[in-house]
Design a protein around this ligand. Sequence first.
Ligand code: HEM
Length: 406
Amino acid sequence: MTVPALPTGLFGPDYYQDPYPAFAWLRDNAPVHEFRFPVGDVRTWIVSRFEDVHALLGDSRFSNDAEAYASREFIDSGMVMGADTVVSRILTVLDPPDHTRVRKLAMGAFTPRRVAQWREPTERIVAASLDRLAESERPDIVDYASAIPAAVIGEILGIPFSRYNDMIHAIDRAFRPNDDKNVVTRAFEEIAEYGRDLIKEKRGMLGDDLMSVFIQARDGDDRLDEDELVAMLALMIMAGLDTTRNLIGSAVLALLDHPEQRKLLMGDPELVPGAVEEFLRYEGALTVGLFRFAKEDMEFAGTHLPAGAPVVAALQSANRDPRRFENPDVLDITRKGPRHVGFGHGLHNCLGAALARIEAGVAIPAVFERFPDIALAIPRDEVAYAENWLLRGLASLPVHLNTPGR
Ligand code: HEM
């Protein structure tokens, strides 16, 4: 019997707009699928079933550390994040025991008591962002969704806003694909320089903010060294901005698409925490996780992987796997039952999940409370997702805030 071909090319224009037909095909026909990753044109494997994604993220035979384990082809393709700079040693790429040590120090900044204190600034920032949205001539939910995590992270890190913006711009340059690798390396060096200056400033006036906690983070006699501190600062900004923005944008769209779910949510604030979990499952902020690399030749889920094989876990495919979730393509904010992998799983699971949950839980319902008549300002089929292999987020979401007659 011949198997029909993949409905859309992986990581191509159609896939970016709607990856779910390709994911359904992969889950049914090739759950560990070999292909050439178009960015860098590298031999890669993609894992699509929930069970396998979960197993991959918890399997110590894989490493996130490209410099130590990736195939020569992957390294030569220029895909190693922040190569030759401190960013190449951020928490997300470390293996134990380094990962264990740095993650433990970082966890000290995310204690439940501290995270609970971030609700009040988040509510204040959301209210101000709604005011700005109301005044905007061309209101766009993606602008609203971008402003919130940027302001929240800046405030909880305790970094003056102008310097913080410089850092965001440098990070933007560092991650934009650029054939001139020197431009990218310079941007990463700039991040490191900003980071070092900020740390020096902060050391003179330690407070109760997150940066001060990182500077003072201690585990016995252990501390984050200077490079680790810079990497941590860059990581917070990289991991905490677009992710949260994407979740807010996609969730607002999901509620515009599903008026009955929106009505349900607005009628009962107790549903908010469960709704946030459902938004993370239904249209999470990362389409796939970061690359993993096979540390040795191995069998994984019935497939042979050579040492160095780059493997991606399709998180959004796992979250829509009917083997795991009943009616997975249906948005149901009252859904009970199995957990999603929208925050990853295992060693590298999301450190900022509690903060992200607060931000989403405040920012998403607030839009509909403030603007009960909100509606899309463009035809539904013109709503587009950004073409980004890692993150799943809307390019823009123009809205009418007060639609007469609705
Ligand atoms: C909706 C918002 C967010 C989503 C959906 C999200 C999702 C994720 C996912 C899926 C991972 C694992 C990636 C992998 O294993 O390949 C991750 C890791 C991480 N996230 Fe988040 N994240 C969000 C917000 C945040 C925020 C606000 C912060 C911090 C301020 C943060 C900090 C981190 C860090 C530090 C890691 C790496 C942890 C490690 O390697 O041990 N995230 N996140």
